[in-house]
Design a protein around this ligand. Structure first.
Ligand SMILES: Cc1cc2nc3c(=O)[nH]c(=O)nc-3n(C[C@H](O)[C@H](O)[C@H](O)COP(=O)(O)OP(=O)(O)OC[C@H]3O[C@@H](n4cnc5c(N)ncnc54)[C@H](O)[C@@H]3O)c2cc1C
Length: 547
């Protein structure tokens, strides 16, 4: 009996352990298959090539809980998305709030200069111009009164991939957003920031509306505002003095090609220039600059009439038909303001401004993204030695170095763009016409003259002294032209007028950038700010260009 009991007990135990073994094995197999299935599904999802239009972060972003956010980034455009990626790579816990996570449909930011591409490489974001049908951009042809001159970017010293790129801005921005959202410590959310949370003069975070309209708050020791040229947050962080000298009227042209492959075209027309560049393998973009004072209205057909009668006759003959049909296409005429705003920061602890929210230059030379990406590189370098951002005042004081360090790149590109939009505009003043002739003739000299100018415009030579040198040389060349074949009192007078007009165009822009910050940055105490907690360690020493 005892034996039987013992035996049955033993069999029960064996049965039980066998059954649990079977169940465990069964569960193990189920778990294993489930895991492999999930992994395969994920891999499959990763491998699936995203279509160009779908190349986007999902509409809700990748909202995930990032514990104790260190930095809030407002706006995931060119500056915000690039900054989110690079700070995320540095291990920062970030909350990015972007008003619209759909691919932007803007006609701005379509040419990235070679200098901007170099900044993308520094940020590890150069693959963001891949698979978006971007076109290589090597320079441009400048046309005046039927004559042309080719200006190439001086790229010989660089590897073959370092060139400019033209693309749909939305495709590029979505690539940047995707890269940022792929990092586990970056939370990208769709929402509109309505205001900054201030407490005793320190910004502690933001109020924002999420996608469903709920009012929420987010807190962090540092908020970086990158909400672009229409910023509604910059008012408390800088003294915005915005000028709108002109508008760009953009049209998409199809079934046509520019005269030279990989080269844009700039036509110096009356009243102001016309730009053309290859936007994708099937489209050419035409941007017509129209002074603000006589902007025709699109809605009542005045603009179409203006484009047909005033602009079409000046467009290159091989593009005439495509231009005329582009005017007739529905919703193909888009108008964007060309703003100018010098950087005039009012540093407030806990907040920081970069990109177009801080500083805007005329869009004529396409330098905005290069400046924005250069600002991102600089801010990354400054933030790197700071592990703790909680001492808002000390961090803010230290970050003031940024405003001087950015000058070599930002002031060179800003001034070149702002000066050229004045020089390129047709005027009844003969001295302005002399200025245009001087610029055109200077580029025609070729060699170091046109190379010097294109190095500045391409962001490859961010040196204010080079800019001043070439502007002076161009003015002297212009005066020389006027004095030849021999100086007469009238010619001398015209030469003096040209010098006067040239300096009255250039000097106010230099003034607004700050003479000392531009030409003598090392004499500015903020240049030598040390990271809080690292007394005596300079962030950066070296040339005024910081390179
Ligand atoms: C007509 C025109 C043509 C241009 N062409 C060129 C060119 O060819 N090459 C070039 O380099 N530059 C060009 N630029 C300039 C270039 O577009 C800008 O310098 C660049 O986009 C600046 O980047 P950003 O990140 O500061 O701003 P943006 O790229 O404008 O990004 C701002 C982001 O903030 C978001 N945002 C705004 N408000 C809020 C809010 N309250 N809450 C949350 N998110 C918000 C916006 O949705 C947007 O995504 C051009 C500009 C214009 C006007």
């Amino acid at each position: 009996m005892l034996f039987f009991f013992d035996y049955s007990f033993h069999s029960l135990v064996v049965l039980k352990s066998t059954a649990s073994g079977v169940i465990a094995r069964f569960l193990g197999i189920v778990f294993f298959y489930y895991n492999s299935l999930v992994r395969a599904w994920r891999l499959n999802k990763q491998k699936k090539p995203a279509s160009m239009e779908e190349n986007c972060v999902n509409k809700h972003g990748n909202r995930k809980t990032v514990e104790t956010t260190e930095i809030i980034i407002v706006g995931a455009g060119v500056a915000g998305a690039a900054l989110a990626y690079i700070l995320g790579k540095d291990g920062r816990r970030l909350h990015v709030i972007e008003r619209d996570l759909n691919a932007p449909r803007r006609i701005a930011g379509e040419n990235l200069m070679p200098g901007g591409y170099l900044k993308l490489i520094e940020l590890g974001l150069e693959d963001c111009v891949d698979e978006i049908d971007a076109q290589r951009f090597l320079g441009y042809d400048l046309y005046k009164d039927g004559n042309g001159v080719t200006v190439s970017f001086p790229l010989v010293k660089f590897p073959s991939d370092v060139v400019g790129r033209s693309f749909h801005n939305g495709r590029f921005v979505q690539k940047l957003r995707e890269k940022a959202a792929s990092l586990h410590n970056v939370s990208l959310e769709q929402g509109t920031v309505t205001s900054l949370i201030e407490d005793n003069g320190t910004v502690k975070g933001v109020h924002y509306k999420d996608k469903s309209g709920r009012l929420l708050t987010a807190h962090a020791p540092l908020t970086v505002v990158c909400d672009g040229c229409f910023s509604n947050l910059r008012r408390s962080l800088c003294n915005p003095n915005v000028d709108v000298p002109s508008y760009f009227v953009g049209l998409g042209l199809t079934d046509c090609k520019l005269p030279k492959e990989n080269y844009g075209a700039v036509i110096l027309a009356d009243p102001s220039p016309i730009l053309l560049y290859t936007l994708s393998s099937t489209e050419v973009r035409c941007m017509v600059d129209i002074p603000s004072r006589n902007l025709p209205s699109v809605s009542d057909g005045e603009m179409a009439h203006y484009l047909r009668t005033m602009v079409a006759p000046k467009v290159l003959p091989e593009l005439y038909t495509a231009f005329m049909s582009a005017i007739d296409k529905k919703n193909n005429i888009r108008v964007v303001p060309n703003k100018i705003m010098a950087a005039a920061p009012k540093p407030i602890p806990g907040a920081f401004l970069i990109g177009d929210a801080l500083n805007i230059r005329h869009a004529l030379t396409g330098g905005g993204m290069t400046v924005a990406l250069s600002d991102v590189v600089l801010l990354r370098d400054l933030l790197r030695p700071l592990r703790d951002l909680s001492h808002a005042s000390a961090v803010s004081k230290y970050l003031e170095a940024f405003y001087t360090m950015r000058k070599p790149m930002s002031s060179t590109i800003n001034i070149a763009a702002n000066v050229l939009q004045k020089v390129f505009r047709a005027s009844s003043d003969p001295t302005m016409e002399d200025m245009q002739q001087a610029y055109f003739g200077y580029l025609k000299l070729g060699g170091p003259f046109s190379n010097g100018v294109s190095a500045i415009l391409s962001g490859l030579s961010p040196r204010p002294l080079c800019l001043a040198f070439h502007f002076l040389a161009m003015s002297i060349y212009g005066v020389g032209r006027l004095l030849l074949p021999f100086p007469s009192p009238k010619r001398l007078w015209n030469g003096a007028k040209l010098l006067w007009v040239a300096s009255s165009i250039l000097l106010p822009f230099i003034w607004s950038e700050g003479v000392r910050q531009m030409f003598f940055p090392q004499t500015v105490p903020a240049y030598y700010r040390t990271p809080p907690g690292n007394k005596g360690i300079k962030v950066r020493e070296g040339t005024p260009c910081g390179h």
